[in-house]
Design a binder for this molecule. Structure first.
Ligand code: FE2
Length: 240
């Protein structure tokens, strides 16, 4: 499997490029519009063909590259049905699978940060050794739950009952990191995540999340509207 982690400095977003060694089909997960050029050069350098773009959710902090990538390559775009992005070619439900040759990206519904958050379990030949957790589970943290249908109780359930039920050795690749961390494991987060580790009750978690009092992301109005249209230009112009 070809697996690359790419970074956007402005929003601290990770984009993942995943490709099949033999068919050379590839997918980008959570591409950032400002980096479409960089991502397509890497796809070409590695001799890959971009077949799919997947979002872990409708983002509030950056504009997706999905629409532009689709325009340039003809790839298919996928967003959770609950995400409210009718521009996508495929509305994903939990359990849906996107295939790249022998590689499977299995969608797991992990709502709570937004109503339509998907994590993607990634593997081949029935062996799933990594999970892209979007903003549901971050390294020693989690996504905020105070906008876009955020719901701390749902997020607690998604992380504790769904993600933490995966094999403890499963590698965790989040959608963001603000401190330079790149990868963790399910077992490590179960033990060390200060918000969601073993012993934290749902009521503790809800209280912690309510006390965060974070300012809204700088680009939220523009980004959410643009991302519901897959980041395509006309919406950006209407939004100024
Ligand atoms: Fe997010």
């Amino acid at each position: 499997m070809i697996f690359r982690q790419l970074f956007d400095r402005e929003s601290c977003t990770y984009t993942y490029l995943i490709g099949d060694d033999s068919t050379r089909e590839a997918a980008l997960v959570d591409p950032v519009r400002d980096h479409v050029g960089r991502d397509l050069v890497l796809v070409a350098d590695l001799g890959l063909t971009l077949a799919h773009v997947l979002e872990t959710h409708v983002h509030a902090d950056h504009v997706t590259g999905a629409g532009e990538l689709r325009k340039q390559t003809g790839c298919r775009t996928h967003v959770a049905r609950e995400g409210g992005a009718p521009c996508a070619d495929d509305a994903l439900d939990g359990g849906d699978v996107v295939r790249l040759g022998a590689i499977e990206l299995r969608a797991i519904a992990t709502p709570g940060h937004t109503g339509g958050c998907m994590s993607y379990l990634v593997g081949e030949k029935g062996r799933f050794d990594r999970v892209l957790t979007g903003d549901a589970l971050l390294i020693r943290g989690c996504g905020r739950t105070d906008f876009q249908e955020g719901d701390a109780r749902k997020l607690y359930h998604s992380v504790r009952e769904i993600l933490f039920a995966l094999d403890p050795g499963t590698l965790v690749f989040p959608a963001h990191d603000y401190r330079g961390m790149t990868v963790s494991t399910i077992g490590e987060e179960k033990e060390k995540n200060p918000r969601l580790r073993d012993g934290v009750t749902v009521d503790d978690f809800v209280a912690k999340m309510a006390a965060l009092n974070l300012p809204p992301p700088a680009k939220i109005d523009m980004a959410v509207t643009a991302n519901r249209a897959c980041g395509d230009e006309p919406v950006l112009l209407r939004q100024g």
